[in-house]
Write a protein that binds this ligand. Structure first.
Ligand code: AMP
Length: 212
């Protein structure tokens, strides 16, 4: 079972990837996670990637496809995999097609922009509270006195950067979705658009009904 999850930031790809991975015992390959680990290194390339991510832009197709190919060759993908956030551009889809990395299912999680902004702000706030929760009892007091540098929330989950991430989605990933819909390869791939505004368990159920 080789699955791709597509969707704008905050559409719930990560949550559904975890559900699919657990239920069907397949590994998750999340390019966002791989890149976030990579930027912890102190190399020139890591610094460049960090700069791009922190500005809400996409990383070059060559870099991400190489990372995905490496992951697939390193981990046990005998039963398949779930790709979270990859491919994101037509070029990336063409590269994996050329590399004969086959895909059986694509799920597009669709949600309106206003909801994305709310969800991402909530995700950011939750990670701040979680961090504070572990250290200090009085959250309100501690929120005022927190050293935000020490908090491990996603730097790119803020309104300014999210807008750029949404623009990148519109510019590169919407054409990819159209490409998958029109292209002949779609004949071999089952493509489903899912209403991402539904609850997590409703979406779990929908995916389960398709994959079981
Ligand atoms: P995500 O965690 O999927 O939201 O990804 C976080 C960031 O990593 C994105 O905003 C991009 O900068 C970068 N990224 C993740 N996946 C890709 C991809 N397939 N192509 C290009 N950039 C990516």
């Amino acid at each position: 079972m080789r699955i791709v999850l597509l969707g704008a930031p905050g559409s719930g790809k990560g949550t559904q990837a975890k559900f699919i991975a657990k239920r069907y015992r397949i590994p998750i390959i999340s390019t966002g996670e791989i890149l976030r680990k990579l930027i912890q290194n102190d190399t020139l390339i890591s610094k460049k990637i960090k700069y791009t991510i922190h500005n809400g832009k996409l990383i070059s197709d060559n870099i991400v496809t190489t990372l995905v190919k490496n992951s697939i060759s390193k981990i046990n993908c005998d039963s398949g995999f779930v790709l979270d956030g990859f491919p994101r551009t037509i070029s990336q889809a063409q590269i994996i097609k050329k590399e004969k990395i086959l895909i059986n299912y694509i799920f597009e999680l669709k949600i309106p922009n206003e909801m994305i902004l709310k969800r991402v702000q909530k995700r950011r706030m939750n990670s701040i509270l979680e961090t504070i929760d572990g250290n200090i009892e009085d959250k309100n007091q501690s929120l005022k006195s927190t050293n935000y540098k020490n908090i491990t929330h996603r730097y790119d989950d803020n309104e300014l950067i999210i807008n750029t991430r949404l623009e990148e989605y519109k510019k590169f990933t919407i054409p990819l979705i159209n490409y998958f819909n029109k292209s002949s390869i779609i004949k071999k791939i089952k493509f489903y658009t899912i209403d991402g505004t539904k609850t997590i368990s409703e979406i779990n159920e929908e995916i389960k009904n398709i994959l079981d």
